[in-house]
Design a protein around this ligand. Structure first.
Ligand code: FAD
Length: 322
């Protein structure tokens, strides 16, 4: 990923897309069709999530390998808690065999139904341990990314320590261990991101020029938006909330339309207000294509030729169907 970024023009914008492995065969068939269309939008790379506690290990690896063989540059998420540490080696070997050379190294959340995360072994307590392990075992074979939290990391529902300043020494530890880039938790308040971006860079010379890729989630329905913001502890500026709450119940299309404006405005603001030093944006797609394609178009990521792909992907550039 760092090589791909280095190959871009100095202030050229780029984007990446996150997918999760579908649960059912039907879901997989739909996903494959969407994936092909979204690949046509030319993300710089895509990422595939790793179910908490390795719950999707096989599916994540299968999909990641399939995407890599389609010619996409894949970054595989990998966690190191609540699972047998042997799975870490298996995943890294399978990724390497498939030609995947990017890993997003994470601690992991507790699997569904479990309240607390558990270290897999004394060796793996935090994401930094996984970064160290990958570097020790595989040298520079993998380009390694880590997570960052513009509004502070929160464990479970305990938001009493929610403050990114608390995480900065550990973020530095992850980069000292060899992490090459940071993808952030989703946010809707660009001022929070801008403050975080500045603080990270000022915290240590080691972090001054690190690539920070802001994570953004399109808004699909009012309920899913409120739920995602709550789970990720992302604050929603009153101006955005007011606009969305003013939409008549059930008018999901209007919510989506507002979401496209909100998220593309964040992209444009962050790019401009950081003097184009933050120029990559990561979209939590939830495996859905239309809003992402429209955001990319409104944020000026797509060239005329690629706009045709949006038309194909969405049915229309000004799509009105969900
Ligand atoms: P860490 O960097 O280890 O930090 C976790 C907490 O521990 C922070 O509060 C930090 O301040 C603290 N900490 C770190 N090191 C130390 C230390 N040495 N001593 C004391 N405290 C310390 N989860 C999944 O299960 N699967 C996924 O695919 C997935 N993808 C994600 C993608 C992104 C972009 C993001 C932002 C998160 C993702 N997550 C995923 C969620 C992530 O696993 C959780 O947020 C998890 O709770 C923390 O992971 P981390 O890698 O940030 O952990």
């Amino acid at each position: 990923i760092t090589k791909l970024i280095a190959g871009l023009k100095p202030d050229e914008k780029f984007f990446s897309l996150e997918f999760f492995p579908p649960k059912t065969q039907n879901g997989m068939a739909n996903f494959r069709a969407r994936l092909a269309r979204m690949a046509a939008l030319k993300p710089l790379f895509i990422t595939i999530t790793w179910g908490a506690g390795g719950s999707t290990a096989k599916k994540s690896l299968d999909i990641a390998s399939e995407c890599q063989s389609m010619g996409l540059d894949v970054c595989l998420h990998l966690t190191c808690t609540n699972m047998d540490p042997a799975l870490i080696d298996q995943a890294l070997e399978a990724a390497s065999k498939a030609g995947i050379c990017n890993i997003l190294a994470l601690r992991g959340d507790p699997p569904r139904g479990e309240e607390y995360w558990q270290p897999a072994s004394p060796e793996f307590q935090h994401a930094a341990d996984l970064v160290k392990y990958i570097k020790k075992k595989h040298g520079n074979k993998f380009c390694v990314g880590v997570a960052g939290y513009p509004e502070g990391h929160v464990d479970g529902s305990d938001a009493s320590h929610q403050d990114f300043h608390h995480d900065l020494p550990y973020l530095k530890e992850k980069v000292e261990a060899g992490a090459d880039f940071i993808i952030t938790q989703m946010f809707y308040d660009d001022n929070k991101f801008l403050e975080y971006n500045k603080a990270v860079r000022e915290f240590s010379p080691l972090l001054k020029n690190i690539t920070i890729i802001p994570g953004l989630m399109p808004i699909n329905t009012y309920t899913s938006f409120v739920r995602a913001a709550r789970l990720s502890h992302a604050s929603v500026p009153p101006a955005i909330l007011d606009r969305i709450q003013a939409v008549p119940t059930g008018n999901d299309q209007q919510v989506k339309d507002i979401g496209v404006e909100v998220v593309s405005d964040i992209v444009n603001d962050v790019y401009t207000k950081t003097n184009k030093t933050v120029r990559g944006f990561h979209f939590y797609t939830l495996n859905l294509e239309r809003s992402v394609a429209r955001i990319l178009e409104r944020s000026g990521f797509l060239t005329i030729e690629e706009d045709c792909a949006v038309e194909e992907a969405t049915g229309s550039t000004a799509s009105t169907t969900p």
